[in-house]
Ligand binder design. Sequence first.
Ligand code: SF4
Length: 282
Amino acid sequence: MSRTKVLVAQEAGACYGVNRALDMVRAALRDADGPVHTLGPLIHNPSVVQELEREGVDVVQHAEERPGGTLLLRTHGVTPDEEELARRSHNLVLDATCPFVVRAHRAAEQLTREGYQVIVLGEPGHPEVEGTLAHAPGARTVSSLDDLGRLVMGRRVGVVVQTTQSRARLRRLAAELIGRCEELRIIDTICEATTLRQSAAASLAERSDVMIVIGGRNSANTTRLAEICRESCGRTHHIELPVELDPSWFEGAPVVGVTAGASTPQQQIDEVVLAIREMVGE
Ligand code: SF4
């Protein structure tokens, strides 16, 4: 009889924004006249993107690459210039940007309009962060407290946050900014799906001997989940597909915890859980 239990985090896997984008692309495939493309990968999950490609949805890197037809704007948003180009070059543009990402864009615009020096807490170069920066001319990205040393701090500082950051990071940044400027305004744009998945993952990691985190390696929220799990469970592995599982990971592990990023569909979670159960004989 197996001594290993496999537990799945209470909150894990595909979120509202990802499900909405997948519903939109499938409706476009069904109803649209002509080809359907996405501007950049629709979501940060390579196997789902490949599956969409097999169904006929190609990823383009620039709107003008394949003019005409239907173009979906990716879940994590685009810059205003990219959107304008998309609308000029395509018959139909469907905006699959998650409403919580749009909220971060609006917050950055508002702070800029009100005269704050805008800081975006997030990963430099991430498409969501690039989109937010483009809505706030002059804004700068901060990914760690070290980056603050390179900024000339204004009198009034406004902060918005990449939706997938952790609140612990935001608290550390806020504590560091207090005393460095006269006025500090923070608009917390971390999305609730992120917070719920992070706290469920942290709580499961504390009780687990091994943690498996499922999701794209290019997914910011999945990478953050893996970091959080590693804080209390050293045997944490970030995988995309069941084929990456190694039976030796589970040796002498009474409890295996499983969580998944916000762009991981339930079916992928089920496949990984089944593969682990077969390996440990649960
Ligand atoms: S993680 Fe949050 S912001 Fe990102 S797509 Fe999902 S709901 Fe939207």
